[in-house]
Design a protein around this ligand. Structure first.
Ligand code: NOJ
Ligand code: MG
Length: 469
Protein backbone atom coordinates (compact mmCIF):
# COMPACT_ATOMS: atom_id res chain seq x y z
CA UNK A 1 0.00 0.00 0.00
CA UNK A 2 1.43 3.38 -0.99
CA UNK A 3 2.17 5.88 1.78
CA UNK A 4 -0.72 8.18 0.93
CA UNK A 5 -3.29 5.39 1.30
CA UNK A 6 -2.13 4.44 4.77
CA UNK A 7 -1.09 7.92 5.81
CA UNK A 8 -2.55 11.08 7.32
CA UNK A 9 -2.07 14.44 5.62
CA UNK A 10 -1.63 17.51 7.85
CA UNK A 11 -2.50 20.91 6.43
CA UNK A 12 -0.23 23.79 7.48
CA UNK A 13 -1.21 27.40 6.92
CA UNK A 14 2.38 28.72 6.92
CA UNK A 15 1.54 32.28 8.01
CA UNK A 16 0.07 30.94 11.24
CA UNK A 17 2.07 27.84 12.18
CA UNK A 18 5.40 29.01 13.62
CA UNK A 19 7.31 32.25 13.29
CA UNK A 20 11.11 31.99 13.56
CA UNK A 21 12.23 35.61 13.18
CA UNK A 22 9.85 37.59 15.38
CA UNK A 23 8.05 39.42 12.57
CA UNK A 24 4.74 37.90 13.68
CA UNK A 25 4.32 35.93 10.44
CA UNK A 26 4.93 32.20 10.30
CA UNK A 27 7.74 31.01 8.03
CA UNK A 28 9.55 27.98 6.60
CA UNK A 29 12.24 27.83 9.28
CA UNK A 30 9.47 27.82 11.85
CA UNK A 31 7.87 24.82 10.16
CA UNK A 32 11.20 23.00 10.02
CA UNK A 33 11.66 23.56 13.75
CA UNK A 34 8.26 22.00 14.43
CA UNK A 35 8.68 18.84 12.35
CA UNK A 36 9.48 16.72 15.44
CA UNK A 37 6.07 17.69 16.85
CA UNK A 38 4.38 16.45 13.66
CA UNK A 39 6.45 13.31 13.67
CA UNK A 40 5.37 12.58 17.25
CA UNK A 41 1.75 13.29 16.32
CA UNK A 42 2.17 10.54 13.74
CA UNK A 43 1.13 12.25 10.52
CA UNK A 44 2.76 11.20 7.25
CA UNK A 45 2.73 14.31 5.09
CA UNK A 46 2.44 18.05 5.37
CA UNK A 47 0.61 20.15 2.82
CA UNK A 48 1.72 23.79 2.80
CA UNK A 49 -0.71 26.38 1.45
CA UNK A 50 1.08 28.76 -0.97
CA UNK A 51 4.57 29.91 0.02
CA UNK A 52 5.42 31.62 -3.28
CA UNK A 53 6.13 35.27 -3.93
CA UNK A 54 2.83 37.08 -3.60
CA UNK A 55 1.35 40.52 -2.86
CA UNK A 56 -0.84 38.56 -0.36
CA UNK A 57 -4.16 39.99 -1.56
CA UNK A 58 -5.52 36.43 -1.07
CA UNK A 59 -2.71 35.44 1.32
CA UNK A 60 -0.60 33.61 -1.21
CA UNK A 61 -3.26 32.39 -3.65
CA UNK A 62 -2.31 35.44 -5.75
CA UNK A 63 1.11 34.36 -7.00
CA UNK A 64 3.48 36.86 -8.64
CA UNK A 65 6.37 34.40 -9.11
CA UNK A 66 5.74 30.65 -9.04
CA UNK A 67 9.38 29.68 -8.58
CA UNK A 68 10.35 32.06 -5.78
CA UNK A 69 9.57 31.76 -2.08
CA UNK A 70 7.95 34.88 -0.63
CA UNK A 71 10.61 36.66 1.46
CA UNK A 72 8.20 36.73 4.42
CA UNK A 73 8.35 32.95 4.47
CA UNK A 74 12.05 32.53 3.69
CA UNK A 75 14.16 31.53 0.70
CA UNK A 76 14.60 28.62 -1.67
CA UNK A 77 17.46 27.48 0.56
CA UNK A 78 15.08 27.44 3.52
CA UNK A 79 12.68 25.41 1.41
CA UNK A 80 15.37 22.88 0.46
CA UNK A 81 16.32 22.60 4.13
CA UNK A 82 12.68 22.02 5.08
CA UNK A 83 12.30 19.22 2.51
CA UNK A 84 15.57 17.59 3.59
CA UNK A 85 14.62 17.75 7.27
CA UNK A 86 11.12 16.43 6.56
CA UNK A 87 12.43 13.51 4.51
CA UNK A 88 14.99 12.69 7.18
CA UNK A 89 12.03 12.34 9.58
CA UNK A 90 9.97 10.33 7.09
CA UNK A 91 7.54 13.16 6.47
CA UNK A 92 6.39 13.95 2.94
CA UNK A 93 5.96 17.49 1.66
CA UNK A 94 3.07 18.58 -0.56
CA UNK A 95 2.86 22.05 -2.08
CA UNK A 96 -0.14 24.02 -3.23
CA UNK A 97 -0.39 24.39 -7.01
CA UNK A 98 -2.57 27.30 -8.13
CA UNK A 99 -3.22 26.89 -11.87
CA UNK A 100 -6.47 28.85 -12.31
CA UNK A 101 -5.12 32.37 -11.76
CA UNK A 102 -2.06 34.43 -10.96
CA UNK A 103 -1.59 37.75 -9.23
CA UNK A 104 -2.19 40.81 -11.39
CA UNK A 105 1.39 41.68 -10.34
CA UNK A 106 2.79 38.59 -12.11
CA UNK A 107 4.95 39.66 -15.05
CA UNK A 108 2.88 37.37 -17.26
CA UNK A 109 -0.10 39.70 -16.86
CA UNK A 110 1.91 42.57 -18.37
CA UNK A 111 4.03 40.66 -20.86
CA UNK A 112 1.48 38.08 -22.06
CA UNK A 113 -2.02 39.56 -21.81
CA UNK A 114 -3.19 36.84 -24.23
CA UNK A 115 -2.46 34.27 -21.51
CA UNK A 116 -5.56 35.60 -19.72
CA UNK A 117 -9.22 35.94 -20.73
CA UNK A 118 -10.23 39.30 -22.21
CA UNK A 119 -13.62 40.30 -23.62
CA UNK A 120 -15.26 43.44 -24.96
CA UNK A 121 -18.43 42.79 -22.97
CA UNK A 122 -18.79 41.11 -19.59
CA UNK A 123 -21.33 38.32 -19.07
CA UNK A 124 -23.28 37.77 -15.83
CA UNK A 125 -20.66 35.69 -14.00
CA UNK A 126 -19.89 36.66 -10.44
CA UNK A 127 -16.60 36.61 -8.50
CA UNK A 128 -16.23 34.39 -5.44
CA UNK A 129 -15.42 37.30 -3.14
CA UNK A 130 -18.18 39.58 -4.45
CA UNK A 131 -19.09 41.64 -7.49
CA UNK A 132 -18.75 40.89 -11.16
CA UNK A 133 -16.12 38.40 -12.29
CA UNK A 134 -15.03 40.96 -14.93
CA UNK A 135 -12.73 43.91 -14.37
CA UNK A 136 -12.57 46.75 -16.85
CA UNK A 137 -9.23 47.97 -18.19
CA UNK A 138 -9.62 50.61 -20.94
CA UNK A 139 -12.41 49.31 -23.15
CA UNK A 140 -11.88 45.64 -22.36
CA UNK A 141 -12.60 43.35 -19.43
CA UNK A 142 -10.56 40.52 -17.94
CA UNK A 143 -11.98 37.55 -16.04
CA UNK A 144 -11.26 36.95 -12.35
CA UNK A 145 -13.11 34.12 -10.62
CA UNK A 146 -11.70 35.34 -7.28
CA UNK A 147 -10.37 38.84 -6.46
CA UNK A 148 -9.76 41.38 -9.18
CA UNK A 149 -6.09 40.99 -8.19
CA UNK A 150 -6.32 37.35 -9.38
CA UNK A 151 -6.88 37.27 -13.17
CA UNK A 152 -7.79 33.81 -14.53
CA UNK A 153 -5.25 32.09 -16.78
CA UNK A 154 -6.42 30.86 -20.18
CA UNK A 155 -5.66 27.12 -20.17
CA UNK A 156 -6.84 26.89 -23.78
CA UNK A 157 -3.63 28.70 -24.74
CA UNK A 158 -0.84 26.11 -25.24
CA UNK A 159 1.78 28.58 -23.97
CA UNK A 160 -0.06 28.82 -20.66
CA UNK A 161 -0.18 25.06 -20.35
CA UNK A 162 3.53 24.72 -21.08
CA UNK A 163 4.50 27.46 -18.62
CA UNK A 164 2.26 26.15 -15.86
CA UNK A 165 3.36 22.53 -16.30
CA UNK A 166 6.96 23.74 -16.03
CA UNK A 167 6.08 25.14 -12.62
CA UNK A 168 5.24 21.60 -11.50
CA UNK A 169 8.55 20.32 -12.87
CA UNK A 170 10.49 23.02 -11.01
CA UNK A 171 9.16 21.86 -7.64
CA UNK A 172 9.23 18.16 -8.48
CA UNK A 173 12.93 18.58 -9.25
CA UNK A 174 13.35 20.11 -5.78
CA UNK A 175 12.03 16.91 -4.28
CA UNK A 176 8.41 17.60 -3.34
CA UNK A 177 6.21 14.55 -2.87
CA UNK A 178 3.15 15.97 -4.55
CA UNK A 179 0.67 18.82 -4.84
CA UNK A 180 -2.71 19.95 -3.70
CA UNK A 181 -4.27 21.57 -6.78
CA UNK A 182 -6.29 24.72 -6.15
CA UNK A 183 -9.67 25.42 -7.77
CA UNK A 184 -9.41 22.37 -10.03
CA UNK A 185 -13.02 22.63 -11.26
CA UNK A 186 -12.58 26.18 -12.53
CA UNK A 187 -9.80 25.54 -15.02
CA UNK A 188 -11.76 25.84 -18.25
CA UNK A 189 -14.65 28.10 -19.14
CA UNK A 190 -17.43 27.98 -21.70
CA UNK A 191 -15.82 28.99 -25.04
CA UNK A 192 -19.01 30.92 -25.91
CA UNK A 193 -19.09 32.79 -22.57
CA UNK A 194 -22.78 32.07 -22.05
CA UNK A 195 -24.49 33.62 -19.03
CA UNK A 196 -24.89 31.32 -16.05
CA UNK A 197 -28.51 30.43 -15.19
CA UNK A 198 -30.17 31.63 -12.01
CA UNK A 199 -29.94 29.23 -9.06
CA UNK A 200 -33.57 28.47 -8.13
CA UNK A 201 -32.50 27.23 -4.67
CA UNK A 202 -30.46 30.31 -3.73
CA UNK A 203 -30.87 31.20 -0.04
CA UNK A 204 -30.22 34.90 -0.64
CA UNK A 205 -27.01 35.00 1.41
CA UNK A 206 -23.95 34.80 -0.85
CA UNK A 207 -24.46 36.46 -4.29
CA UNK A 208 -21.77 34.12 -5.73
CA UNK A 209 -24.24 31.28 -5.17
CA UNK A 210 -27.12 33.12 -6.88
CA UNK A 211 -26.12 31.62 -10.23
CA UNK A 212 -25.48 27.98 -11.16
CA UNK A 213 -21.90 27.78 -12.41
CA UNK A 214 -22.72 25.52 -15.33
CA UNK A 215 -20.66 27.53 -17.82
CA UNK A 216 -17.84 28.65 -15.53
CA UNK A 217 -16.88 25.45 -13.65
CA UNK A 218 -16.67 21.68 -13.88
CA UNK A 219 -16.81 21.52 -17.69
CA UNK A 220 -16.32 17.97 -19.01
CA UNK A 221 -13.13 19.08 -20.75
CA UNK A 222 -11.55 19.91 -17.38
CA UNK A 223 -10.85 16.19 -17.12
CA UNK A 224 -8.30 16.49 -19.93
CA UNK A 225 -6.40 19.11 -17.96
CA UNK A 226 -6.59 16.99 -14.81
CA UNK A 227 -5.00 14.12 -16.74
CA UNK A 228 -2.35 16.41 -18.22
CA UNK A 229 -1.36 17.74 -14.79
CA UNK A 230 -1.33 14.21 -13.39
CA UNK A 231 0.90 13.00 -16.23
CA UNK A 232 3.56 15.49 -15.08
CA UNK A 233 3.12 14.64 -11.39
CA UNK A 234 3.33 10.95 -12.27
CA UNK A 235 3.69 8.61 -9.30
CA UNK A 236 3.86 11.40 -6.80
CA UNK A 237 0.64 12.54 -5.16
CA UNK A 238 -2.03 14.74 -6.71
CA UNK A 239 -4.71 15.99 -4.37
CA UNK A 240 -7.37 18.24 -5.91
CA UNK A 241 -9.72 20.83 -4.48
CA UNK A 242 -13.16 19.87 -5.81
CA UNK A 243 -16.30 21.24 -4.16
CA UNK A 244 -18.85 19.15 -6.07
CA UNK A 245 -21.66 16.70 -5.44
CA UNK A 246 -20.39 13.13 -5.05
CA UNK A 247 -21.26 12.00 -8.60
CA UNK A 248 -19.27 14.89 -10.09
CA UNK A 249 -16.48 14.70 -7.52
CA UNK A 250 -15.53 11.10 -8.28
CA UNK A 251 -14.94 11.95 -11.95
CA UNK A 252 -11.74 13.68 -10.80
CA UNK A 253 -10.14 10.29 -10.16
CA UNK A 254 -9.94 10.18 -13.96
CA UNK A 255 -10.29 7.33 -16.40
CA UNK A 256 -8.34 4.27 -15.26
CA UNK A 257 -6.80 6.33 -12.50
CA UNK A 258 -5.27 9.00 -14.73
CA UNK A 259 -6.69 11.84 -12.61
CA UNK A 260 -6.05 12.93 -9.04
CA UNK A 261 -5.32 10.13 -6.57
CA UNK A 262 -7.21 12.11 -3.94
CA UNK A 263 -9.90 14.55 -5.10
CA UNK A 264 -10.75 16.16 -1.76
CA UNK A 265 -14.01 14.93 -0.30
CA UNK A 266 -15.41 17.89 1.66
CA UNK A 267 -18.85 16.45 2.32
CA UNK A 268 -18.36 15.94 6.06
CA UNK A 269 -18.06 19.73 6.34
CA UNK A 270 -21.59 20.31 5.09
CA UNK A 271 -23.51 17.15 6.03
CA UNK A 272 -25.78 17.59 9.09
CA UNK A 273 -24.18 16.22 12.28
CA UNK A 274 -26.56 13.32 12.45
CA UNK A 275 -25.91 9.56 12.51
CA UNK A 276 -28.26 8.65 9.65
CA UNK A 277 -27.09 11.55 7.47
CA UNK A 278 -23.41 10.65 7.96
CA UNK A 279 -23.99 6.94 7.33
CA UNK A 280 -25.89 7.82 4.17
CA UNK A 281 -23.03 10.06 3.01
CA UNK A 282 -20.37 7.42 3.65
CA UNK A 283 -22.36 4.76 1.81
CA UNK A 284 -23.14 6.96 -1.18
CA UNK A 285 -19.49 7.98 -1.44
CA UNK A 286 -18.15 4.45 -1.07
CA UNK A 287 -20.61 3.23 -3.72
CA UNK A 288 -19.68 6.01 -6.15
CA UNK A 289 -15.92 5.40 -6.05
CA UNK A 290 -14.61 4.09 -9.37
CA UNK A 291 -12.66 0.85 -9.56
CA UNK A 292 -9.32 1.20 -7.80
CA UNK A 293 -10.07 4.66 -6.37
CA UNK A 294 -9.07 5.37 -2.78
CA UNK A 295 -11.41 7.44 -0.57
CA UNK A 296 -10.45 10.48 1.51
CA UNK A 297 -12.05 12.69 4.15
CA UNK A 298 -11.69 16.28 5.35
CA UNK A 299 -13.24 17.99 8.40
CA UNK A 300 -11.87 21.46 7.92
CA UNK A 301 -9.40 23.73 6.19
CA UNK A 302 -8.31 27.35 5.91
CA UNK A 303 -11.51 28.27 4.07
CA UNK A 304 -14.16 26.89 6.45
CA UNK A 305 -15.09 27.50 10.09
CA UNK A 306 -13.23 25.06 12.34
CA UNK A 307 -14.84 21.75 13.20
CA UNK A 308 -14.83 22.46 16.96
CA UNK A 309 -16.76 25.67 16.27
CA UNK A 310 -19.23 23.87 14.02
CA UNK A 311 -20.05 20.85 16.19
CA UNK A 312 -18.91 22.09 19.62
CA UNK A 313 -15.91 21.19 21.74
CA UNK A 314 -17.44 18.03 23.21
CA UNK A 315 -18.43 16.62 19.81
CA UNK A 316 -15.09 17.63 18.27
CA UNK A 317 -13.54 14.55 19.89
CA UNK A 318 -16.18 12.36 18.32
CA UNK A 319 -15.56 14.10 14.99
CA UNK A 320 -11.83 13.35 15.30
CA UNK A 321 -12.60 9.69 15.84
CA UNK A 322 -14.84 9.70 12.77
CA UNK A 323 -12.23 11.39 10.55
CA UNK A 324 -9.46 9.06 11.67
CA UNK A 325 -11.40 5.78 11.53
CA UNK A 326 -13.34 6.03 8.26
CA UNK A 327 -11.86 4.20 5.29
CA UNK A 328 -9.65 6.59 3.36
CA UNK A 329 -6.92 9.18 3.75
CA UNK A 330 -7.76 11.87 6.31
CA UNK A 331 -6.54 15.45 5.99
CA UNK A 332 -6.16 17.13 9.37
CA UNK A 333 -6.14 20.93 9.60
CA UNK A 334 -3.45 22.38 11.89
CA UNK A 335 -4.80 23.14 15.35
CA UNK A 336 -7.80 20.84 15.01
CA UNK A 337 -5.74 18.28 16.94
CA UNK A 338 -6.01 20.72 19.88
CA UNK A 339 -9.69 21.45 19.31
CA UNK A 340 -8.91 25.06 18.40
CA UNK A 341 -12.02 27.14 17.83
CA UNK A 342 -12.54 30.08 15.45
CA UNK A 343 -11.20 33.48 16.42
CA UNK A 344 -12.95 36.72 15.46
CA UNK A 345 -13.04 38.09 11.93
CA UNK A 346 -10.40 40.82 12.18
CA UNK A 347 -10.86 42.01 8.61
CA UNK A 348 -7.54 40.84 7.16
CA UNK A 349 -8.94 38.32 4.71
CA UNK A 350 -11.24 39.55 1.92
CA UNK A 351 -13.16 36.27 2.21
CA UNK A 352 -13.86 36.63 5.96
CA UNK A 353 -11.69 33.61 6.88
CA UNK A 354 -9.47 35.07 9.63
CA UNK A 355 -11.29 33.06 12.30
CA UNK A 356 -9.99 29.68 11.16
CA UNK A 357 -6.46 30.98 10.50
CA UNK A 358 -5.40 32.14 13.99
CA UNK A 359 -1.88 31.22 15.17
CA UNK A 360 -1.07 27.71 16.28
CA UNK A 361 -1.27 27.45 20.05
CA UNK A 362 2.03 26.01 21.27
CA UNK A 363 2.12 27.23 24.89
CA UNK A 364 -0.10 29.05 27.40
CA UNK A 365 1.66 32.24 26.28
CA UNK A 366 1.16 31.41 22.60
CA UNK A 367 4.62 30.34 21.51
CA UNK A 368 3.94 31.15 17.87
CA UNK A 369 6.12 34.27 17.75
CA UNK A 370 8.30 36.43 19.95
CA UNK A 371 6.72 39.45 18.26
CA UNK A 372 3.16 40.58 17.61
CA UNK A 373 1.20 37.79 15.85
CA UNK A 374 -0.29 38.89 12.51
CA UNK A 375 -3.68 37.59 13.72
CA UNK A 376 -4.66 37.50 17.40
CA UNK A 377 -4.40 34.21 19.25
CA UNK A 378 -7.51 32.23 20.08
CA UNK A 379 -8.18 30.76 23.53
CA UNK A 380 -4.72 29.75 24.77
CA UNK A 381 -6.06 27.53 27.53
CA UNK A 382 -5.65 24.77 24.95
CA UNK A 383 -2.06 24.51 23.82
CA UNK A 384 0.44 21.84 22.83
CA UNK A 385 2.65 22.19 25.88
CA UNK A 386 -0.19 21.34 28.28
CA UNK A 387 -0.93 18.15 26.29
CA UNK A 388 -4.71 18.47 26.23
CA UNK A 389 -6.78 15.27 26.03
CA UNK A 390 -7.72 16.17 22.46
CA UNK A 391 -4.06 16.05 21.41
CA UNK A 392 -3.48 12.72 23.15
CA UNK A 393 -6.62 11.37 21.50
CA UNK A 394 -5.26 12.35 18.08
CA UNK A 395 -1.94 10.63 18.73
CA UNK A 396 -3.69 7.47 19.86
CA UNK A 397 -6.13 7.47 16.95
CA UNK A 398 -3.40 8.03 14.36
CA UNK A 399 -1.42 5.11 15.80
CA UNK A 400 -4.46 2.83 16.13
CA UNK A 401 -5.86 3.46 12.65
CA UNK A 402 -2.83 1.72 11.13
CA UNK A 403 -4.26 -1.58 12.38
CA UNK A 404 -7.24 -1.27 10.04
CA UNK A 405 -6.24 1.37 7.47
CA UNK A 406 -6.84 -1.03 4.59
CA UNK A 407 -9.96 -2.77 5.92
CA UNK A 408 -13.35 -2.25 4.30
CA UNK A 409 -16.18 -0.17 5.79
CA UNK A 410 -19.60 -1.53 6.80
CA UNK A 411 -22.36 0.41 8.59
CA UNK A 412 -23.62 -1.46 11.68
CA UNK A 413 -26.02 1.05 13.17
CA UNK A 414 -27.19 4.58 12.34
CA UNK A 415 -30.07 5.59 14.53
CA UNK A 416 -31.00 7.52 17.66
CA UNK A 417 -27.84 9.61 17.52
CA UNK A 418 -25.42 6.70 17.34
CA UNK A 419 -23.32 5.78 14.32
CA UNK A 420 -21.50 2.46 14.43
CA UNK A 421 -19.46 0.77 11.72
CA UNK A 422 -17.08 -2.11 11.26
CA UNK A 423 -13.65 -1.84 9.71
CA UNK A 424 -12.89 -5.28 8.40
CA UNK A 425 -13.60 -8.30 10.57
CA UNK A 426 -11.72 -7.22 13.67
CA UNK A 427 -12.56 -3.60 14.44
CA UNK A 428 -15.67 -1.55 15.10
CA UNK A 429 -16.28 2.09 15.90
CA UNK A 430 -19.31 3.45 17.80
CA UNK A 431 -19.91 7.20 17.98
CA UNK A 432 -22.45 8.93 20.20
CA UNK A 433 -23.36 12.11 18.33
CA UNK A 434 -25.52 13.35 21.19
CA UNK A 435 -24.95 14.88 24.62
CA UNK A 436 -26.81 12.06 26.41
CA UNK A 437 -25.85 8.46 27.21
CA UNK A 438 -26.86 5.83 24.65
CA UNK A 439 -26.76 2.03 24.51
CA UNK A 440 -23.67 0.62 22.81
CA UNK A 441 -24.92 -1.10 19.65
CA UNK A 442 -21.87 -3.33 19.19
CA UNK A 443 -19.76 -5.27 21.66
CA UNK A 444 -16.10 -6.09 21.94
CA UNK A 445 -12.91 -5.18 23.68
CA UNK A 446 -12.47 -1.43 24.06
CA UNK A 447 -9.25 -0.28 22.44
CA UNK A 448 -9.79 3.47 22.72
CA UNK A 449 -12.41 5.87 24.06
CA UNK A 450 -12.62 9.56 23.22
CA UNK A 451 -12.63 9.96 27.03
CA UNK A 452 -9.22 8.21 27.12
CA UNK A 453 -10.27 5.81 29.89
CA UNK A 454 -11.65 2.29 30.18
CA UNK A 455 -15.22 3.45 29.73
CA UNK A 456 -18.60 2.11 30.73
CA UNK A 457 -21.16 -0.43 29.49
CA UNK A 458 -23.03 2.30 27.65
CA UNK A 459 -21.78 5.09 25.45
CA UNK A 460 -21.48 8.16 27.61
CA UNK A 461 -22.52 11.61 26.40
CA UNK A 462 -20.30 12.73 23.50
CA UNK A 463 -18.31 9.52 23.57
CA UNK A 464 -16.84 7.47 20.76
CA UNK A 465 -15.10 4.12 21.11
CA UNK A 466 -12.99 1.85 18.96
CA UNK A 467 -13.52 -1.83 19.73
CA UNK A 468 -11.88 -5.09 18.81
CA UNK A 469 -14.65 -7.44 17.71
C1 NOJ B 1 -9.21 27.88 -2.73
C2 NOJ B 1 -8.28 28.23 -1.62
O1 NOJ B 1 -8.32 27.20 -0.65
C3 NOJ B 1 -8.72 29.58 -1.10
O2 NOJ B 1 -8.08 29.89 0.11
C4 NOJ B 1 -8.45 30.60 -2.17
O3 NOJ B 1 -8.94 31.87 -1.75
C5 NOJ B 1 -9.14 30.22 -3.49
N1 NOJ B 1 -9.01 28.83 -3.82
C6 NOJ B 1 -8.54 31.00 -4.64
O4 NOJ B 1 -7.24 30.54 -4.93
MG1 MG C 1 8.47 35.19 10.37
Amino acid sequence: MTWWRRGVIYEIYPRSFQDSDGDGVGDLRGITARLPYLRALGVDAIWLTPIYQSPQADFGYDISDHTAVDPQYGSLDDFDALVAAAHAQELRVLLDYVPNHTSDQHRWFREHPDWYYWRDEPNNWRAAFGGSAWERVGDRYYLHTYLREQPDLNWRNPEVRAAMLDVLRFWLDRGVDGFRVDAMRQLLKDPDWRDNPVNPDWDGVDPFESLLKVHSADLDEVQDVVAEIRSVIGDRLMVAEVYSPIERLVRYYGKNGNGAQLPFNFHLITTPWDAAAIADLVERYEAALPEGAWPNWVLGNHDRPRVASRVGTAQARVAAMLLLTLRGTPTLYYGDELGMIDGPDTGHDPGGRDGERTPMQWTAGGGFTTGEPWLPYGDLSVNVQDEPAMLRLHRDLIALRREFAEADYRTLHADDGVLAYARGDHHAVALNLTGEPRPLPVHGERLLSTHLDGGAERLRADEGVVLRI
